[in-house]
Ligand binder design. Structure first.
Ligand code: F6R
Length: 609
């Protein structure tokens, strides 16, 4: 997704902007650019490709020493990736430079109107409309001009704006696309994401939808949508730059896999009180309210939806409330049966995923109570939910999620246990047994991480696969979905996940000599059933790999290869069995020399539909 940076202070602006843009690279982009304002003139340099290409261009083409500027990484939506379509975009009179994240939905009409007035366009982007509108309505007063332009544009956007007449101001606007302001000493920053400013400051303002701000060297003034000045709370970031960098690992993804035990500890420990009591901060769902729910919808996208699939089994099992796990992108466009007796659980790492947010709003508008499970504090999904339980996974940089997925799972267990206990649906011994299993997860994951060389060796065997199938039943099936996505998104191998019982209803016709089938067989109750499926595909020539627990009755005799991991309570087993699958995906992608942290065509935070 696009990224915005901005700086005003006493440093040379170009290096600050370029450093900030590098920190946003992980969000996914195809071009980048900066604008610097000096002596009443805006200089803009843009380049298709990597930040390193832009860096070279800036070195050769820019000799100034401006101390104010804005920058952008673009992920193409309107118009192909090119130098011209890259941001910043200039107004027809050269007075305004604009960077934009999101989509201006009514840009076609606005563009036509502007063209009719004789204004010509340099790019194919929706953003350029904003630059021209600013020039058109400019009356010397930036606040009034911005309010006028905002009244004309529709859509989801955040904006960074420079005006050549205002060498001491950057303006920022947020509407449904993340934007923060970094507060420094005699300098201030603008960014889509905290990682871009962490090197300089840990104090930020989180802008809410509709708010806009004027950044000066020594002050920041934030306004509400009506243009009235408001006070913002300073949020102090507790994690540091190293936490957002690779820390010696070849890839963020591997670092983040290795961080999983710690991330789970951080997410769980502060929430367990005396006598295994679960403490969910700022959680307002009472026993009566929980008992009033006739149905739970879990709404999410991608891996977060896979967490929801685990959640369906776990929450239904423990609370006996029916749970439906729906893809947010589907839910938002159907006519779901939702009312005030519905709880919507919304899961999102970024808290900004457009479809998930739309599903949240859809559920809320029909009366549902919304509980979200989110990693990014202060994100839109968190802000719009009735209750939030944060996953304390820290920043996740690799596009493919790992530690966020694992911490989301832990929150699902904690919530299900909390609700079941409050509603008197769980025996104390069962409750204590599951809590004990959750507490043991970090240590058991550490054990599994030590299997990485074994998994790496297996991965070299699978480096040239063209197709892969992952099968399992119940919770094993939910993990198979994630295992398959992990492999395909980073290694580009075609991969599918099936409920093992579904194979014989069609898919088994694809199995031929050497087809790779990985079976998740960690659910001991269903071990024999899944083993039968393995025998069926093996009889048709498949090469099989099974993931089993050390408690399995006859550990995988029927399989070509097996990975044996520690066992735990059945309901929390997904947290263990996903780890070898993340490592397998990672090492296969490594063997294929893929761009693991930034897979092609993907973005970390999908803030457009
Ligand atoms: C896959 C992955 C994605 C995200 C999905 C939702 O590894 O990371 O499938 O899970 O885009 O993103 P969030 O959780 O930010 O809503």
């Amino acid at each position: 997704m696009c990224g915005i940076v901005g700086y005003i202070g006493s440093q040379d602006v170009a290096p600050v902007l370029l450093n900030g843009l590098e920190k946003l690279e992980y969000r996914g982009y195809d071009s980048a650019g900066i604008s610097a304002l000096e002596n009443g003139e805006i200089t803009t340099i843009k380049s298709k490709g990597k930040i390193s290409d832009l860096r070279k261009k800036v070195k050769f083409e820019y000799e100034g020493h401006a101390e104010i500027g804005i920058g952008h990484t673009r992920w193409a939506t309107h118009g192909k990736p090119s130098d011209v379509n890259s941001h910043p975009h200039m107004s027809y009179d050269g007075k305004f430079s604009v960077v934009h994240n999101g989509i201006i939905e009514n840009f076609v009409t606005l563009k036509q109107d502007l063209k009719n007035e004789g204004i010509s366009f340099a790019s194919d982007t929706d953003t350029e409309v904003v630059a021209h509108l600013l020039a058109k309505y400019y009356n010397g007063d930036m606040k009034q001009t911005i309010l006028k332009v905002l009244s004309k544009i529709e859509g989801a956007y955040s904006l960074g704006i420079l005006c050549a007449d205002k060498p001491e101001e950057i303006w920022a606007v947020r509407n449904a696309s993340p934007l923060i302001i970094g507060l420094g000493a005699d300098e201030n920053f603008l960014a889509s994401d905290i990682t871009a400013v962490l090197k300089y400051t840990k104090n930020i303002y989180q802008l809410n939808d509709g708010e806009f701000a004027c950044l000066k060297k020594n002050s920041v003034q934030v306004f509400n949508p009506a243009g009235e000045p408001i006070e913002k709370e300073v949020v102090a970031i507790t994690w540091n730059v190293e936490a957002a960098e690779k820390g010696g690992y070849e890839h963020f993804m591997l670092k983040e896999i290795m961080e999983e035990p710690e991330a789970i500890r951080k997410t769980v420990s502060p929430r367990l009180g005396e006598n295994n009591e679960i403490i969910l901060d700022d959680f307002t769902l009472t026993k009566e309210k929980l008992e009033s729910f006739k149905k739970i919808y879990i709404l999410a996208c991608g891996s977060a939806w896979h967490v929801g699939m685990v959640g369906k089994y776990v929450i239904e099992e423990l609370t006996r409330i029916p749970v439906e796990c729906d893809l947010a992108s589907e839910f938002r466009y159907r006519n779901p049966v939702v009312d005030e007796n519905t709880l919507a659980i919304v899961i999102s790492q970024s808290g900004e995923t457009a479809d998930t947010l739309a599903a949240l709003r859809e559920a809320k508008s029909r009366g549902a109570r919304v509980l979200s499970i989110v990693n990014v504090v202060g994100s839109t999904i968190a802000n719009e939910s009735d209750d939030v339980i944060y996953t304390w996974a820290g920043p996740e940089i690799a596009v493919a999620t790992t530690k966020a997925y694992s911490t989301q799972l832990t929150i699902i267990y904690l919530f299900a246990l909390y609700a079941a206990k409050l509603m008197d649906k769980i025996a104390p011994e069962e409750y204590d047994a599951i809590i004990a299993a959750i507490q043991k997860l970090p240590e058991q994951i550490e054990q599994i991480l030590q299997m990485k060389d074994e998994i790496k060796a297996l991965a070299s065997r699978y480096a040239f696969l063209e197709h892969a199938y992952f099968i399992g039943r119940n919770l094993d099936y939910a993990v198979a979905l994630e295992a398959s996505l992990k492999l395909k998104e980073i290694s580009y191998i075609h991969s599918e996940a099936y409920a093992a019982g579904e194979l014989k209803h069609g898919t088994i016709s694809l199995i031929e000599d050497d087809t790779f089938v990985c079976a998740l067989c960690c659910c001991e109750r269903l071990y024999d059933k899944t083993m039968n499926s393995i025998k069926e595909v093996a009889a048709r020539g498949a090469e099989t790999l099974a993931v089993l627990t050390d408690n399995s009755p006859n550990p995988g005799e029927e399989c070509d290869f097996k990975l044996v991991i520690p066992s735990t309570h059945e309901l929390v087993m997904p947290s263990l069995e996903v780890i070898p699958m993340q490592l397998l995906g990672y090492y296969i992608a490594l063997a294929r020399r893929c761009d693991i942290d930034k897979p092609r065509n993907l973005a970390k935070s999908v803030t457009v539909e």
